[in-house]
Each structure stands twice: as structure tokens, then as C-alpha cells.
Design a protein around this ligand. Structure first.
Ligand code: UD1
Ligand code: CA
Length: 463
């Protein structure tokens, strides 16, 4: 590998992502199908970036603007392949933007889990002038191109599954789709491609035979971890990779000190950061960015999305928490829904069938049963009684409610916003309050209870 020591040629990466992905049977373009919470194409671009190339070109086509719109901030240059005439034709679309002295690394938008180290190894193996080809032995090679070697073991060509003879189908070494080669050479080989094959496509894989013909060395790197080179053509393969992602992320969590009741039943679709001695029960899903403090306990069946949960907080089973900032020592659930812009100070209790949205609750406040707290500023040590509803919406606009410290609202009270409840106020059970509630007093706003003496129930006339 003496070549790697000489100054390497600049690297351009081309990601092929124009295909429709018929086998997914989906209206969503294949490269946008989510894996571990990110589109397939996002995985490939993120890995490409770790190689610090001069440029990343993404060839897109099927689903066109939808693909670009899904990744608006990607630091890539987009190249349109108007008709999907094959992988060779796809690469050809990007070539005018790549200088002759660059090396070109081709990645497929539907091979999402290739790692930085494998790619780096392949690039170094190819050096400046040779071609590098990443191959793999898959348990099930169906659908993959097969690597044909000569008697001396040198790579001769790639045959696509659909074009392969029975003997070639028995070959176990497969093309992962990843290759690297000198731009000037690739340009020449691409110009020679024909579509004389079973699929009538311009196959990128045919450049290998051209390289051999031109006596450019082809170095194949057999990946040690075929799972990372698995392509996603159908939902069965997508599920397989999702499983693999799950195993990877849960293993990382376990090794980082998190207790998982069952590593097979936790999904991290995004990034999860955590403190020490966190416990996560079964069937919990994390999405987006979630941060858990020390000793946080997440009960079974919770979904937590884009939220922060402070140290020692216990989330009981079956809660839905999204876009929330939950302080330390809180108790949430079971069956609570904490929605975006909910901010809970320390020691807040949110109990069963309570919904909190766009509301701040001060330290030690409690809403333990069957309540709705929306668009509200709630002080400290407030007790929101069972069945309390903040009526924040008049059918057109949302209005705010301010509740001072130490307020108690009785069971089944309705606070019609906009409204202010003074500190220390008590609202009697069953009250509907529509005007300011003074602090430190009892306010009752309900019909008087009366008893009618001598009243008699109507009776049906005898037949
Ligand atoms: C391809 C390889 C095969 C390899 C396999 C690895 C070819 C001819 N075959 O087969 O040898 O074993 O990948 O996963 O290259 N694409 C375009 N434009 C097109 C066609 C495809 O951009 O006109 C993109 C697709 O979006 C996809 C990638 O290229 O990301 C591969 O295309 P796909 O049709 O899935 O090729 P395979 O049949 O899987
Ligand atoms: Ca594929």
C-alpha cells in the first residue's frame, strides 16, 4: 500500500439516489424511507461527510423535488437524472462536475449502513490510479451482482443477478455497489456502456470489465461485516436493517451503563443522551433528540420524542412525551400526555389521563387525575384537581391562563381563558370560572344545591 503515502488525489463522492424502488411498493421514494428515524439517503450523506471529500454529488430523479425538499440543508450538489436508465447512466449525470484528477467514490442511496472505516480502507486500497470494489458474502445473495474472478483469483467482471448463468448464480461473492476509481478513467468507461442486458439498463457494474480490459488493477475488498453492506430493495430488507440499528444502539446504551429491561424491545430513532443508572422498561420508543438525566426511570410502553427529562424523574407506563422539558424529581403518568412546550419544574406530578400543552408548571405542582392544562402559566405548589379543564380555545383563538402559587382547583372545575387566578385561591369543585379569581379566597361558581320538599316522582297510570 505504498501508494497511500503519496499525496492522494482529491475525492469526489457520488451518491446514486434516483431509482424508484419499485420493490418497496410505496408512494414514498425509496431513498426517503426512514431507517432508525432518518431517511436512507441521510444515512449515506452523513457517512460520506465523515470522509471529508471535496464534494458530494447526489443523483436524484424519482420523486425529484420531494427528495431535495426532504433534505434541504444537506451540503451536497444535486444532479437530476431525468430518466432512470441505470446506475451507470446515473453516475454519468454527475461526471461533468467532477475534474479529471479526482478520485470518484460511488455510494448507493439504498445501502445506508456502510461505515466510515470500511470506506476509508477501500479508498486507501485503491490508491490514486486503481479501482477499488467493495464486495460481500451475504447469507442471501439474491438480487445482488456476482463477482466473477479468473483462475488466479483476479476480478474479471460483475454479472447482475438477472443476467447470471446458473453457474454464476452459485458464486457467493457479491457486489455491494460501492466502488472508487480515477475520474478520467471512469469517464471513458462510462462512455462505452451499452444497455444490452436483461434489464435494458446502463449498468455501472460493467465498468469493471472495462477496467480489466484497460489493465487498470481492480482491488476487491471483501467486507468483514456484510450486514453493513446490505442494500434495501424491499421492506423485508428494511426491517432487517432496522433490527440491526436497534441492536447497535441498544448495545451502545448497555455498554454506556443504561439498564434495558429487554434490549430487543427498545427503539432509538434518533439520538439518546443519558446520565448514570438510567432504567428503561420494555417497548419504549425514543425519537429525535432525547436527553435523560441520572437515575431517570422510563416505564413500559412510553414514547418520548425531542424532550429532556431531569434526574430522578419517574415516568410511569404508557406516557406520550414530546417537545417537553421535564425537571428533576417529577412523576409522570401512567397514561399521561405531555405535549410540546410543556415545561415542568422540579417535583411536578402529572398523573393519569392528564394532558399538558404549552404550559409551565412551577415546582411541586400537581395535576394527578384527568385534567387538561393548556396555554397556561402555573405557579408552584398548585394542586389541579381531578377533572379540571383549562378551556383555552374559543373556536378561533387560543387564550392564556395564569395561575398563582398555592392555588387549589376543585374537581371538575373549568377555567375559561383568558383568566387569572390569584395566588392561594381555592376554586370550589364543579365551578366554571370566567372572570379573575381573587387570591387567598374560596370562589364558588356553580348552581346552588336545593332540595324540593314534598316532591313526587311521576308515575305511569295503571293499565
Ligand atoms: C445494484 C448493482 C448490483 C449490486 C447492488 C447492491 C448495478 C447494475 N447493480 O443492483 O450489482 O449488487 O446494487 O445493492 O449497479 N439508481 C439511480 N438511477 C438509476 C438506477 C438506480 O440513481 O437509473 C440508484 C438507486 O436509487 C439505488 C442505486 O442506484 O440507490 C442502486 O439501484 P438498484 O436499482 O437498487 O440496483 P440493484 O438492483 O440493487
Ligand atoms: Ca438496490
Amino acid at each position: 500500500m505504498a501508494k497511500a503515502v503519496t499525496r492522494p488525489a482529491p475525492l469526489s463522492i457520488v451518491v446514486l439516489a434516483a431509482g424508484e424502488g419499485k420493490r418497496m411498493r410505496s408512494a414514498l421514494p425509496k431513498v426517503l424511507q426512514p431507517l432508525a428515524g432518518r431517511p436512507l439517503l441521510q444515512h449515506v450523506i452523513d457517512t460520506a461527510r465523515t470522509l471529508a471529500p471535496s464534494a458530494i454529488h447526489v443523483v436524484y430523479g424519482h420523486g425529484g423535488e420531494r427528495v431535495r425538499a426532504a433534505l434541504p440543508d444537506a451540503p451536497v450538489s444535486w444532479t437530476l437524472q431525468e430518466q432512470q436508465l441505470g446506475t451507470g447512466h446515473a453516475l454519468l449525470q454527475a461526471m461533468p462536475q467532477i475534474p479529471d484528477d479526482h478520485r470518484v467514490l460511488v455510494l448507493y442511496g439504498d445501502v445506508p449502513l456502510l461505515g466510515h472505516d470500511t470506506l476509508r480502507q477501500l479508498i486507501d486500497l485503491a490508491g490514486t490510479d486503481a479501482v477499488g470494489l467493495l464486495t460481500a458474502r451475504f447469507a442471501d445473495p439474491a438480487g445482488y451482482g456476482r463477482i466473477v474472478r479468473n483462475a488466479r483469483g483476479l476480478v474479471q467482471k460483475i454479472v447482475e443477478h438477472k443476467d447470471a448463468s446458473t453457474r454464476q448464480l452459485a458464486l457467493r461473492e457479491c457486489n455491494t455497489g460501492v466502488l472508487v476509481g480515477p475520474a478520467r478513467r471512469l469517464r471513458g468507461w462510462l462512455a462505452r456502456l451499452t444497455s444490452a442486458n436483461r434489464q435494458g439498463e446502463y449498468y455501472l457494474t460493467d465498468v469493471i470489465a472495462s477496467a480489466v480490459k484497460d489493465q487498470v488493477p481492480v482491488h476487491a475488498l471483501l467486507t468483514a461485516e456484510p450486514a453493513e453492506a446490505t442494500g434495501v430493495n424491499d421492506r423485508a430488507q428494511l426491517a432487517e436493517l432496522e433490527n440491526l440499528c436497534r441492536l447497535r444502539s441498544t448495545r451502545e446504551l448497555l455498554l454506556a451503563g443504561v439498564t434495558l429491561a429487554d434490549p430487543a424491545r427498545v427503539d432509538v430513532r434518533g439520538t439518546l443522551t443519558h446520565g448514570q443508572d438510567v432504567f428503561i422498561d420494555v417497548n419504549v420508543i425514543f425519537e429525535g433528540r432525547v436527553a435523560l438525566g441520572d437515575r431517570v426511570h422510563i416505564g413500559a410502553g412510553c414514547l418520548v420524542r425531542d424532550s429532556e427529562i431531569g434526574a430522578d424523574t419517574q415516568v410511569h407506563p404508557h406516557c406520550l412525551i414530546e417537545g417537553a422539558l421535564i425537571g428533576p424529581d417529577c412523576r409522570i403518568g401512567p397514561f399521561a400526555r405531555v405535549r410540546p412546550a410543556a415545561t415542568l419544574a422540579p417535583e411536578v406530578h402529572i398523573g393519569n389521563f392528564v394532558e399538558v400543552k404549552n404550559a409551565q408548571l412551577g415546582a411541586g405542582s400537581k395535576a394527578n387525575h384527568l385534567a387538561y392544562v393548556g396555554d397556561a402559566e402555573v405557579g408552584s405548589r398548585v394542586n389541579i384537581g381531578a377533572g379540571t379543564i383549562i378551556a383555552n380555545y374559543d373556536g378561533a383563538a387560543k387564550h392564556r391562563t395564569t395561575i398563582g402559587d398555592d392555588v387549589h382547583t376543585g374537581s371538575n372545575s373549568v377555567l375559561v381563558a383568558p383568566i387569572i387566578v390569584g395566588a392561594g385561591a381555592t376554586i370550589a369543585a364543579g365551578s366554571t370560572v370566567t372572570r379573575e379569581v381573587p387570591g387567598g379566597k374560596l370562589t364558588i361558581a356553580r348552581a346552588q344545591q336545593t332540595t324540593i320538599e314534598g316532591w313526587q316522582r311521576p308515575v305511569k297510570p295503571a293499565k
